[in-house]
Design a protein around this ligand. Structure first.
Ligand code: UPG
Length: 361
């Protein structure tokens, strides 16, 4: 099935305008920002998350602002069908993120990233959900191709168990899109390194800013010459809402488009401008007036030497171009961090699965 551009979508299918959407991983870094943006646009949201800070509850519509039904639970065991009824678009952000811990906690990564995705997609297929936007990751690539960038057409070769599970999740979703017996569109967005207010505490920029503001040492994995395409969360949220709009541009696809079935496509979400860890360090020092106490150590297994998005396809299919450059975005995150206390570290006696973040980033 190919959407007709400009066709008016039935009610329930237009996140950003009206209707109802599901967000998995709603309490996570990207999920929080997405839920806010959808509700601000008048969409009623069912937000699912398994972390303890997310409790079952209802917030009514207020004026033009959409409602929020918060659902606490694990996608692998929740009864999903009732939550999906009347829903146009599902934003699947729930995952166990992070590259480096995936060597030692693989069963958890399999559970959160692969089993959860299979169960969600199966429920979407059975309830007639029209579109699923899946959070994938640049870590499915391995490294840049000959062009120096990572293009959606290159053969994925993940370097970490995490990347393998994200690739599996993306492919599972696309397999559902290729089914001829249902009409389900899938857009897998390969996020590059997302930052901004509320960024996960284990990630570089959060740690670097805290190191600058609080004087704590900062461990740098490797010599700091690794480059990342850092993309601001506000740009990522815009890409998500563009990808979730069912009356948006048509998706030509190698995965579908035939009679009966839906369409599926993969899109990079990055800026197209990568910078090194050392460059971010210098910028943080300049913007805060304090040089973080950086301690260089060995590179971590599974860490890519470079990520660099080829942004052409997202521009062509979604009309998406990142608007926030690293200097502006970093200055904003520093300002936010100055006014936001760091979360308390988890209790030392907590079991390893406690405090697990369940949202992609
Ligand atoms: N790094 C350090 N010290 C730290 C933390 C990170 O040197 O304390 C390095 C890290 O090794 C990497 C770079 O900084 O080389 C960026 O790290 P980080 O900001 O944690 O992001 P990535 O490792 O690029 O991974 C992020 C998300 C992951 C997502 C991926 C998409 O954590 O979930 O899939 O970006 O590209």
């Amino acid at each position: 099935h190919i959407d007709v551009p400009g066709r008016s979508a039935p009610s329930g299918n237009t996140p950003g305008g009206s209707g109802k959407a599901v967000v998995t991983g709603a309490a996570g870094f990207i999920g929080c920002h997405l839920v806010t943006a959808l509700r601000d646009g008048g969409t009623d949201v069912v937000g699912i998350d398994r972390r303890d800070t997310w409790e079952d509850g209802e917030t009514e519509r207020a004026g033009d602002r959409g409602s929020l039904r918060a659902v606490h639970g694990d996608l692998v065991s929740l009864e999903l069908e009732p939550l999906l009824s009347g829903v146009g678009t599902v934003f699947h952000l729930a995952a166990l993120p992070g590259v480096r811990p995936s060597w030692t906690r693989f069963p958890e990564y399999l559970h959160c990233n692969v089993l959860a995705t299979q169960r969600l997609m199966d429920a979407c297929a059975r309830t007639g959900v029209r579109r699923v936007v899946v959070a994938s990751s640049s870590s499915v690539y391995g490294g840049p191709g000959e062009s120096g960038t990572m293009s959606e057409d290159q053969v994925p070769s993940p370097l970490s168990p995490y990347g393998v599970t994200k690739l599996a999740a993306e492919r599972l979703a696309l397999a559902f899109a290729a089914r001829d017996d249902i009409s389900l569109d899938v857009r897998a967005l390969r996020f590059f390194t997302v930052y901004g207010p509320g960024q996960r505490p284990d990630m570089l920029i959060t740690r670097m800013i805290r190191a600058a503001l609080e004087g704590a040492p900062l461990a740098i994995h490797g010599d700091g010459t690794q480059i990342r395409d850092f993309v601001h969360v506000s740009d990522v949220v815009r890409a998500l809402t563009l990808a979730g709009a069912v009356d948006g541009p048509a998706a030509a696809s190698p995965y579908g488009g035939g009679s009966g079935g839906g369409s599926g496509e993969v899109l990079n979400i990055g800026t197209g401008n990568s910078v090194s860890v050392n460059e971010v360090l210098a910028l943080t020092a300049e913007l805060t007036g304090r040089t973080p106490d950086a301690r260089y150590g060995p590179a971590r297994a599974g860490d890519a030497a470079a990520t660099a998005a080829d942004t052409g396809r997202a521009r062509e299919r979604l009309g998406f171009t990142a608007a926030v450059d690293i200097r502006t975005g970093l200055a904003g995150q520093i300002e936010w961090a100055r006014h936001t206390p760091a979360p308390a570290p988890p209790a030392p006696s907590a079991p390893s699965a406690a405090g697990v973040r369940t949202t992609a980033g």
